[in-house]
Design a protein around this ligand. Structure first.
Ligand code: ZN
Length: 409
């Protein structure tokens, strides 16, 4: 199956297609879950901890909405059209944020993937420069605590979509030089060298060039990110990679059957490399019912595409179908922390982190609509009996360790 960006459909970089109207048919309550209150103790632990969020799509969202062209555009004020800005990063206690350059799979057909990748990385650099009182670029693990201790937010660069490099390892090297410290091998569609989780298998995992890409990333100290990759691609990465492997924004398939989520076997495999599963905050990847909704969306979307309808008719049909769908349960912080619990049970406390995907998702859990909501994760972890040192590992300590390891190997 193939999905392409169309004006009337928002293909979120989280990987799920959602109509522009966003979530509808929400039920008010899910049994056993609800809003939680922040305690002084949780806020204290949260302040002390180094919070590193592994995935945020703000750069692409700024370019899509042309916000950077507005005179006086600044991240110093609340940006209603974004889920991210400096006041909310501060409120969320974020010490380091990975901003990604997201490259739509559409560029495999239209070209220009490398150009859009560089453009987004340059946007990240220019935002850091124009907000230098609050933001500073981090190029290595040791930079993160150093920048944080100056009261600034460390900004890291990631690349989302291996097709950006247009099959040229020189482009990959260029991304590293520009600060990129991880790259997802695929987005929703297979690249010429790696299969994606939402596409029909073409290579059975990684092609021989795909293996070369992984080895080159290892050599440079760029983390290999398996979010969005097909299961067989992830297995091939385990065979090839000499460095810890990450999933920068993926949740657990045992709880929610989304194909974007990781099976227990893959979670264990990531842990065996010394790597990290960073939980995605998108409700449809978290609540147990989300997988069915995703499967129904994918199936219906593909069937409609096959009918070659005019765009307006396609949109009407999608919306009519959506209105008929059963209500979705609301996603609370507890649903998100269920995924953290699960990865801890399967792989241990050292192999889980946070990869919110804000600005790549249409909405977040209740109380966590944007980057200001991170303290609720700390609260729920505390409520469930996690100790301070364990919470600190989940919030950022694990990512720091994995980045350090990748630099060494
Ligand atoms: Zn994504």
């Amino acid at each position: 199956m193939r999905f392409t960006r169309r004006k009337f459909i928002r293909l979120t970089s989280s990987g799920l297609i959602l109509p522009l109207m966003g979530p509808i048919n929400l039920l008010a309550q899910t049994e056993g879950y609800g809003k939680i209150a922040l305690s002084e103790e949780a806020l204290r632990i949260h302040r002390e901890a180094l919070l590193i969020d592994g995935h945020n799509d703000m750069p692409g969202n700024i370019l899509d909405k042309k916000l950077n062209l507005n005179p006086g555009f600044t991240l110093n004020e609340e940006q209603a059209e974004l889920q991210t800005d400096i006041p909310r990063l501060r409120k969320g206690g974020v010490d380091a944020q990975v901003f990604v350059a997201y490259i739509s799979p559409e560029h495999m057909r239209t070209g220009g993937g490398n150009e859009i990748c560089i453009k987004q990385i340059e946007l990240i650099h220019s935002l850091v420069k124009s907000h230098s009182d609050d933001l500073e670029l981090a190029l290595s693990a040791k930079d993160i605590p150093a920048i944080s201790s100056q009261g600034k937010i460390a900004v890291l660069v990631g690349v989302e979509g291996g097709h950006a490099m247009e099959n040229d390892l020189k482009n990959l090297e260029r991304y590293y030089e520009l600060g990129a410290r991880y790259m997802t091998l695929t987005h929703n569609e297979n690249t010429d060298w790696a299969d994606a989780s939402y596409d029909a298998p073409r290579h059975g995992g990684l092609s021989s060039f795909g293996k070369k890409v992984v080895k080159s990333m290892n050599k440079m100290g760029m983390l290999v990110d398996v979010s969005h990759a097909a299961d067989d691609t992830v297995r091939d990465v385990f065979r090839v990679s000499s460095a810890p492997v990450i999933a920068s924004h993926s949740s657990a398939r045992a709880i929610c059957s989304s194909r974007r989520n990781l099976t227990d076997e893959l979670i264990q495999g990531i842990a065996d490399t010394g790597g990290l599963v960073m939980i995605n905050f998108f409700p449809l990847f978290l609540v147990p019912e989300g997988g069915e909704v995703e499967a129904a969306y994918i199936e219906h979307y593909a069937a409609l595409r096959a009918r070659n309808l005019p765009p307006e008719e396609f949109q009407e049909e999608m919306q009519a179908w959506e209105k008929k769908q059963p209500p979705m349960p609301v996603c609370y912080v507890g649903h998100l922390v269920d995924h953290i619990d699960h990865v801890v049970r399967v792989a241990g406390i050292d192999h889980v982190g946070l990869g919110s995907d804000y600005d790549g998702i249409t909405y977040g859990p209740v109380q966590m609509p944007d980057v200001s909501g991170f303290p609720y994760v700390t609260q729920e972890l505390l409520n469930r009996g996690y100790g301070t040192s364990e919470i600190k590992k989940i919030l950022g300590g694990n990512f720091l360790r994995v980045l350090e390891e990748a630099e060494k190997s």
